[in-house]
Design a protein around this ligand. Structure first.
Ligand code: GUN
Length: 297
């Protein structure tokens, strides 16, 4: 029987955290200070609370300082922009994130563009986005960066391969395609949730990355034998057998697709932990650039 390997994001993220912890210890032993990541959370969206909590916990594990600022969902846009400027200017903070989504009355675009690119550890600003295709890239978007790192650490070649990305979001799909094409030197097809005859494209994929937020979108008939599957979706699916009433599922029908795949990420435990690891890597990088001035972002 052919071999299928689970892309264990939890394990790789834990390896990366160990590497970062060592670097932090070295920084401290040289008289430096611990990198500091701050997070802004507006409102009380359940999944966002969990994600931000996980980010703060990860900071503690690697010895980073962390700050979490929580604001009410009725917060005025102007007040949020002022807080961001304050974080931009705070010498103590190396990087920060504003957790998305934001309440509807706040412009995501304005918020992102107010973040100083050198502290934008999510890699969401237009400057960092544009620099994905520069040889001297800035802070890479955390989720696509995590996916590339996962492929690298499993020694999965991307050069010359056909990578199909389903999803075109600013946060994942669009930068994922750019990174695969430029850093990965793959041939990239960028699909959309509304792409006509999606299976026609996904069946051609050597590497299939799915990031649309629709459970069971990708079924076994939509992939070829030996495909590498990266499932970025994290969906809450009703499940009466669970105490909390739901379970987490990706965008790929895992049980079916895993039978044809050579590598596949689980949900949870695949891409999610890698996003957090990338956020930590970006924060470490931002902190080194600020304190050592070794490489201008
Ligand atoms: N919402 C969902 N994913 C992310 C992320 O990676 N960063 C931020 N800031 N918000 C998110």
């Amino acid at each position: 029987m052919k071999k299928m390997t689970i892309l264990d994001g939890k394990k790789i993220a834990s390896d990366i955290e160990n590497e970062i912890s060592l670097e932090v210890q070295q920084l401290l032993s040289r008289g430096g200070r611990a990198p500091h990541l701050a997070a802004i959370l507006v409102g009380d969206d359940g999944p966002s609370l969990t994600y931000v909590d996980n980010k703060v916990k990860a900071c503690k594990r690697v010895g980073f300082e962390s700050t979490l600022m929580k604001f009410s969902s009725t917060m005025a846009e102007e007040k949020l922009l002022k807080e961001i400027v304050r974080f931009n200017e705070d010498e103590d903070i190396d990087g920060f994130i504003v957790q998305l989504p934001l309440p509807a009355h706040i412009s995501e675009e304005k918020v992102i563009e107010t973040i100083a690119p050198e502290k934008d550890v999510d890699g969401f600003t237009n400057q960092n986005y544009g620099r994905i295709i520069s040889p001297h890239h800035g802070l890479l978007p955390a989720t696509p960066y995590g996916v590339m790192e996962l492929l690298r650490r499993y020694k999965i070649p991307t050069k010359g391969k056909h990578a199909v990305v389903v999803g075109h979001s600013r946060v994942v799909g669009a930068p994922m395609g750019l990174l695969l094409a430029h850093e990965g030197q793959a041939t990239v097809t960028q699909c959309h949730i509304d792409t006509h005859d999606l299976g026609y494209f996904t069946r051609q994929a050597d590497i299939l990355c799915v990031a649309v937020g629709k459970p069971n979108l990708i079924t076994a008939d939509m992939v070829k034998e030996g495909v590498v599957v990266v499932d970025v979706g994290i969906n809450r699916v009703e499940d009466a057998t669970k105490k909390r009433g739901y379970r987490l599922a990706g965008d790929v029908n895992f049980d079916e697709v895993a039978k044809k795949a050579s590598f596949i990420t689980p949900v949870p435990g695949g891409v999610g932990p890698m996003t957090i690891a990338s956020l930590l890597l970006n924060t470490l990088h931002a902190s080194k650039v600020r304190t050592e001035g070794n490489n201008k972002l």
